[in-house]
Design a binder for this molecule. Structure first.
Ligand code: NAD
Length: 298
């Protein structure tokens, strides 16, 4: 069993930490929000007053923070974690951040002899709670093997995509495709509905035809088509439209870095920006259909 410092106990980090506790690991936790720390303590974690205290004596630190600036601040700032961690420690950052940020932090860690992997996740809050996340990893294979038992306590699949930052690149590729496909599915259902088709019947046909996708079969954007989809509960829960916007922004940045054309990704990014401006940034990203549908999905 490992002594783990877990930093960032939000929608994802909270249930991930809970699964590590369930697997018998010793956790010392920190979050800026005291209620998040208290929830983990109620499950058996030890509370730290700050991140530096959390990593004292830890063999492994796992971070699950919102964005690049939080991760760079946590590890690189004056008195940041790289200055506090034992030289043989392992750092696992599960946040979705810019590949360049992940590489910058991992290089600074390596300079101190600390092994670090980027291990962003797919599977959402439901996957975090059920312990069925997919980990998409960048970094040295040896560091991944040290991390593997912990990742397997929180998830079902682990993919090693390459060197440092490769996990982030792969995660952004997945989410860019997802963002585009969701908008395209919304557009198709809205077109059918405008012609008087029943969106449920159209979805059923598409789900066994070449237009099938996770967006038609699991997270259908038309309310009432799938009982358990966010669309059928006012787009509450699920994966926030603003989080999709963040990931598409990171994809655009990554594309510019290598001169890659991503015309559909850029278009989708603008659609989710408009969706947020329309007041739906906090709703599930499938609410993007509301930019496109004349009625029914309103
Ligand atoms: P969240 O906002 O719910 O949680 C982030 C937590 O980090 C918050 O509790 C916040 O207080 C804490 N925090 C921020 N800065 C901190 C600091 N310096 N020290 C300690 N704690 C700090 O976000 P989330 O939904 O848990 O997402 C976390 C990451 O996972 C993001 O990068 C997101 O893109 C990614 N992600 C989210 C989902 C999802 O469905 N929510 C799915 C896959 C990936």
């Amino acid at each position: 069993m490992s002594r783990i410092a877990f930093i960032g106990l939000g929608h994802m980090g909270g249930p991930m930490a809970a699964n590590l506790l369930k697997a018998g690991h010793e956790l010392c936790v920190f979050d800026l929000v005291p209620a998040a720390v208290e929830a983990a303590v109620a499950l058996g974690a030890r509370a730290a007053a700050d991140a530096a205290e959390a990593v004292r004596g830890a063999e492994v630190v796992i971070s699950m923070l919102p964005a690049s600036r939080h991760v760079e601040g946590l590890y690189l700032d004056d008195g940041g974690l790289l200055a506090q961690l034992a030289p043989d420690a392992l750092a696992i950052d599960c946040s979705t951040i810019a590949p360049a940020s992940a590489q910058k932090v991992a290089a600074a860690a390596a300079a101190r002899g600390i092994a670090m992997i980027d291990a962003p996740v797919s599977g959402g809050t439901a996957g975090a709670a059920a312990g069925t996340l997919t980990f998409i990893v960048g970094g040295e294979a040896a560091a991944l093997e040290r991390a593997r038992p912990l990742l397997e306590a929180m998830g079902r699949n682990v993919f090693h995509m390459g060197a440092s930052g490769a996990g982030q690149v792969a995660k952004l590729c997945n989410n860019m495709a997802l963002g585009v496909i969701m908008a395209a599915t919304g557009e198709a259902l809205a077109l059918g509905a405008a012609h008087g088709l029943d969106p449920a019947a159209l979805s059923k046909m598409m789900a066994v035809s070449t237009g099938r996708s996770w967006a038609t079969e699991v997270c259908n954007p038309w309310p009432g088509v799938l009982e358990n989809a966010p669309a059928s509960r006012g787009y509450q829960g699920g994966f926030g439209s603003d989080l999709m916007l963040k990931d598409l922004g990171l994809a655009a940045e990554a594309a510019m870095g290598v001169g890659a054309p991503i015309p559909l990704g850029e278009l989708a990014r603008n659609l989710y920006a408009l969706n947020g401006r329309a007041g739906r940034g906090g709703l599930d990203f499938s609410s993007v259909i509301r930019l496109l549908a004349r009625d029914g999905a309103q």
